[in-house]
Design a protein around this ligand. Structure first.
Ligand code: BTN
Length: 317
């Protein structure tokens, strides 16, 4: 095994903790200079190693390392880890078009063309967020597919609650908010079979901002990061994908709907909605068993199944 690989194994094992150059040199019976060169070679391979004078070397705790991520996601999910891509959802769709037919997870450190709902973009600078897309073969009808989006929101909420003491809320349909600012967006896309028109695969794209300081000034009033230094990206990916696997296995019963309702940011609030060419105002009265938003308007109660709402946060009714 090359020295750089041995150094990587050691640093990976001590993940997040420093090991001095002297210790590494002694362990491998080489000079400190040889260790330094091995670290430089690792960096050239794209491994994010921090070197601090008098402390030594460590893998950046936020680094995305394939073997680490593989160890925290459920078995049977093939991982595609990328340093940079336009969009992990687009990458997932390219994989499917190229014949990939299993359950897969595309993770990127950076997206140059991250996509959001309704043609919006999702800002995805390097090292500052979790950008990932899970590819699943649903094996169910399109009627159950409506729950995927709600299920994914609940999975993200559970993961954040598991790893932090934050209180995430869901803004219908599937944005996750903390303290009235969006920290996560979800973009679910179905890939249909051209011949039969049936849903072949579903790509569930999840973007979580880690740091508020990385959010551009022009959207700082509406978006924020998780801002919890104790959480690293690997843990977050593991927790979200694990929870996602749990909720996706319950799509038939959709037991998670109650949890979705409990975390609703908009229930009881005054909103404006747009749905195609239709728009209006009303008070959100609840969320039905199929994830539809029930809204009391001046013309009576309506149920929104898709579309977009905006809400004045921090104000009731
Ligand atoms: C939204 O806010 O409307 C949804 C944002 C979804 C962003 C994620 S990041 C990973 C995946 N790849 C994309 O291009 N989009 C999703």
């Amino acid at each position: 095994m090359a020295l750089k690989d041995k150094v990587f194994e050691k640093l990976n094992h001590a993940f997040g903790h420093f090991i001095s150059g002297q210790t590494l040199a002694e362990d491998f019976g080489v000079s400190r200079n040889a260790v330094w060169k091995a670290v430089k070679a690792l960096e050239q391979d794209g491994v994010d190693v921090e070197s601090v004078h008098n402390r030594g070397y460590r893998l950046n705790p936020n680094a995305l390392v394939k073997s680490r991520i593989e160890s925290v996601i459920p078995d049977g999910i093939k991982l595609f880890l990328m340093r940079r891509t336009d969009s992990t959802n687009s990458e997932a769709k390219r994989l499917l078009a190229g014949g990939f037919c299993g359950t897969g997870l595309v993770v990127a450190d950076e997206q140059t063309g991250g996509r959001g709902r309704l043609g919006r973009s999702f800002y995805s600078p390097p090292g500052s967020g979790v950008y990932m897309s899970l590819i699943i073969k649903p094996g169910f009808g399109i009627s159950d597919a409506v729950f995927i989006t709600t299920a994914a929101s609940v999975a993200v909420v559970r993961a954040i609650e598991k790893l932090t003491d934050k209180k995430p809320q869901i803004k219908w349909v599937n944005d996750i908010y903390i303290h009235d600012k969006k920290v996560c967006g979800i973009l679910t896309e179905a890939v249909t079979d051209f011949e039969s028109g049936s849903v072949e695969s579903v790509v569930i794209g999840i973007g979580i901002n880690l740091y508020s300081e990385a959010i551009p000034d022009e959207i700082k009033n509406i978006a924020a990061g998780l801002d919890d230094e104790s959480v690293n990206r690997t843990e977050l990916i593991g927790a979200v994908i694990t929870e996602l696997s749990v909720v996706l296995s319950d799509l038939k019963h959709a037991d998670f709907m109650e949890e979705y309702r409990e975390h609703s940011l908009v229930t009881g609030k005054k909103i404006t909605y747009t749905h195609g060419s239709m728009s209006g105002e009303g008070i959100v009265t609840g969320i039905d068993d199929f994830g539809g938003l029930t809204v009391e308007t001046e013309h009576g109660e309506i149920t929104l199944r898709s579309g977009e709402i905006s809400v004045r946060l921090g104000m009731d009714r």
